[in-house]
Design a protein around this ligand. Sequence first.
Ligand SMILES: [Zn+2]
Length: 360
Amino acid sequence: MDRSKRRHSLLRDVERFSRLFLVKEIGINGISKLRSAKAVIVGCGATGTHVAELLVRSGFGELSLIDKDYVDVSNLYRTSLFTEDNARKALPKAVACAEALRRIDSSVRVNPIVAKLNPANAEDLLLGHDIIIDGTDNYTARLIINDVSVKHGVPWVLTGVGTWYGNVWLVNPKQGTPCMRCVYGAVRDDERGNVCDVLGVVPTAVSLVASIAAGLAIEYVLGLANPETSRTYFVVDAKRFRVDALKLVRREDCVACGLRRFEFLNKEYREELAKPVCGTKAVEVNPPKPLQLNFHEVLKGLKTGQVLSVSEYTLRVRVTGGLVVTVFRDGRAIVDGTTNVEKALEVYGTVTGTKLRQEC
Ligand SMILES: [Zn+2]
């Protein structure tokens, strides 16, 4: 950046953050640290969108947003940033979130990534950021994030919300504090039950958890988070308006931070071709290799069904029997209205013209 541009952006920041400068622990140095900070948010749902908005409004300079899904009208009550128009267009959540954030602060670099975090892509997608924020809804994704965090010494903020309650924790392996596996072990989603969307969520619990999560990220960037912070597990009760702080201890025999075995990272990993989406009546379809679908060509070949929406990112078609297929440009799709994998693959073939077969 040349001198006059730098001066211009500094003057703009002085005006924008005039009330933040005044906070004793922040001042001009703090604003400068926040402006240089890069965060990645995994999952742009309820918690992810609230944290994203808080970080951008607080001055974070760069934000990457990873999400595989599209905005649905049922998301609106508990998320920040999304609109009915986003849901009508079935806009990918990462894209809708990025567009809204750019309208809040056009100088922030926002990178939407429409993808699912998995053991093969996690290091590529997460490294290069100062802090990782968990906005996911499942333990598997969190264990993947934990492995990247411990292996490479990048802190992350774990979050979770269900009904009126939530939990938040800054995991900071750089300070030798406990990691997720020290506390949770290698918990599987199917062992815990009641995860994903099936529990129900009260939006005030989300915003309380998101506020603490963003606060931990801000304190980390400002250099205010000490080892004591990373040993504290916050339990939020949005019904009785309480936040309790539990103290955690590190396990020397922890598989991740003790033995440094990263069982949730695997470059050879491949997504299942089709599988039911936890907590919903839908099937997710993942072609073995990403496709480059041209929706206009797909529409030309479409012999049956009603087109509900088409955008740069997604195509939605209602097919005979009432199933709704939402296809992304890379060929991934969500087939709504069934949990039958074979049926979903058949309908997927009807809409996209691409036949995929489940291997036995
Ligand atoms: Zn550990």
